[in-house]
Write a protein that binds this ligand. Structure first.
Ligand code: PLP
Length: 392
C-alpha cells in the first residue's frame, strides 16, 4: 500500500505541491517558486490569498470571541443573513452550516418538510445529469453522476430522480415531486452554463405547480458569475438557494437560504459550528470587499479581460481547444479528445500556473475575484508556455 500520505486516509490523488504562503492570486511553495492560482482553492479564496482586510477582520474577531453556541444570539450571523437577503434582492431567510454539502442537506430537508406538510407526501427531488451537490449521503445521492454512488456506501437515501436535460424536468414531475435542484453553471460537471430562457420557463412552470426551485449556488454564488447570485444573472427568484465556497474567503461556511420563513421549528435542524462569530464576521468582510469590486466596475473589467484571454488562447491553440464555456470568473475551455486535460494541468503546474479539470474534457479557471490584470497576463503567459511544451 502507498503510505506517502503518512497517517492521512487515502482520499485524494494529490499533486506534489506544498504551499508556504500566498499574496493575491499568487502562491509560493517552500522553495520560493511562484504560482499563479487560477483555482482559488476551487472557488473558495474569493478575495485572494493573504488579503489584509480579511485577515485583520479574522484576527480582531478571534481576539474578541470565536464561538458561542447557536443557543445564544450571534450578532454577525444576523447581520450576514440580512446582507444575503439585501444583496440577493429578494426575501431569503438563512440557516448557517459549514460546507456546501451540508447546505444542500439543509435544502433537501426544507424541500421534504414543505412537500410533506404543505403538500402531503411530496418528497422527490429532481436533479440534473452531470450535477454535483456534495459528498454526504443525501447530497451524493442528489448528485446525478451514478458512477459516484459507490455501492459500498449504500443504502443511500431514496427519492432522487435524474433528468437527462433541463427540458426533460417537467416530464419527470409527478404527484410526489417536492423540488428541483440545479446548478445554473455546472461546476464539477464541466462549467456548463444552462440556457437562460429555459431556466426562466422552468422556474415559471414550477411556480405554477408549487414545486420548489432549489438553486445550488455553492460554486456559482458570491459574485463568481459576475452577480451576487447566478440566480440574479438568470433573473430568477428561487425558493431555496445554497452558498458556501467563496463566502468565507477560506474560512469554512455554508448557507441554506429560503423564502420559506416558517419552515423550521426549533429542533428541526442545527449545527454546532454553523454560523459562529468567526465564520460570519469573515463572510461579512468578504461581502464588503466584493461589493466594492462589483460596484467600482473592477470585477466586470476583469471578467471582460479574462474572456478575451480565453478567446486568444483558443485562437492560438486551435488544435488543442474547442470552445469557451461558463460565466463570469467561473470559466472553462473544451479540450480536444486526443489531448488529456490532466497533461495540460500538470505541465501548467510545472510552468507556474494552477488550473483544474472539470467534467471529462474541460480545463477550468476559477481565479480569485480580486485577480489583477498583471496576474491574469502572467497566468495566461505561463499556460501558453505549457501548451507550447505539449504541442511541439
Ligand atoms: N455543490 C456544488 C455546486 C459544488 O461545486 C460543491 C463542491 O465542489 C458542493 C456542492 C459541495 O461543497 P463542499 O465540498 O463544501 O461540501
Amino acid at each position: 500500500m502507498d503510505k506517502k500520505d503518512g497517517f492521512l486516509l487515502n482520499s485524494y490523488a494529490r499533486f506534489e505541491n506544498s504551499f508556504d504562503y500566498g499574496k493575491g492570486s499568487k502562491l509560493y511553495d517552500h522553495s520560493g517558486k511562484e504560482f499563479i492560482d487560477f483555482t482559488s482553492g476551487i472557488g473558495v479564496v474569493s478575495v485572494g490569498h493573504g488579503n489584509r482586510q480579511l485577515s485583520e477582520a479574522i484576527s480582531s474577531q478571534a481576539e474578541k470571541l470565536i464561538h458561542t453556541s447557536n443557543l445564544y444570539n450571534i450578532e454577525p450571523q444576523r447581520e450576514l443573513a440580512k446582507r444575503i437577503r439585501d444583496l440577493a434582492g429578494f426575501d431569503l431567510y438563512s440557516f448557517f452550516a459549514n460546507s456546501g454539502t451540508e447546505a444542500n442537506e439543509g435544502a433537501i430537508k426544507i424541500a421534504r418538510k414543505y412537500g410533506q406538510l404543505k403538500k402531503r407526501n411530496r418528497y422527490k427531488i429532481i436533479t440534473l445529469k452531470h450535477s454535483f451537490h456534495g459528498r454526504t449521503l443525501a447530497s451524493l445521492k442528489a448528485t446525478a453522476q451514478i458512477d459516484m454512488h459507490n455501492s459500498h456506501f449504500g443504502p443511500f437515501p431514496d427519492g432522487f430522480v435524474y433528468a437527462e436535460t433541463l427540458s426533460e424536468i417537467p416530464h419527470l414531475v409527478d404527484e410526489y415531486t417536492a423540488g428541483v435542484m440545479i446548478e445554473l453553471v455546472q461546476g464539477e460537471g464541466g462549467v456548463e452554463a444552462l440556457p437562460v430562457n429555459q431556466v426562466q420557463s422552468l422556474a415559471k412552470e414550477l411556480k405554477e405547480k408549487d414545486i420548489l426551485l432549489m438553486i445550488d449556488e455553492v460554486q456559482t454564488g458570491v459574485y463568481r458569475t459576475g452577480e451576487f447570485l447566478a440566480s440574479n444573472l438568470y433573473g430568477i427568484e428561487p425558493d431555496i438557494v445554497t452558498l458556501a465556497k467563496g463566502l468565507g474567503g477560506g474560512v469554512p461556511i455554508g448557507v441554506v437560504a429560503t423564502k420559506l420563513h416558517d419552515i423550521f421549528q426549533p429542533g428541526d435542524h442545527g449545527s454546532t459550528f454553523g454560523g459562529n462569530l468567526l465564520a460570519t464576521s469573515s463572510a461579512l468582510k468578504v461581502l464588503e470587499i466584493l461589493n466594492i469590486e462589483k460596484k467600482s466596475g473592477e470585477l466586470n473589467r476583469k471578467i471582460a479581460l479574462f474572456d478575451r484571454k480565453l478567446e486568444e488562447t483558443i485562437a492560438k491553440f486551435p488544435r488543442v481547444f474547442t470552445k469557451s464555456v461558463g460565466a463570469g470568473l467561473m470559466r472553462g475551455i473544451g479540450v480536444v479528445s486526443s489531448i488529456a486535460v490532466a497533461d495540460i494541468v500538470k505541465e501548467a503546474n510545472r510552468e507556474g500556473v494552477l488550473l483544474v479539470k472539470a467534467g471529462r474534457n474541460r480545463l477550468r479557471f476559477l481565479p480569485p475575484l480580486t485577480v489583477t490584470i498583471e496576474e491574469i497576463d502572467k497566468g495566461f503567459e505561463r499556460l501558453h508556455n505549457a501548451l507550447n511544451n505539449i504541442t511541439t
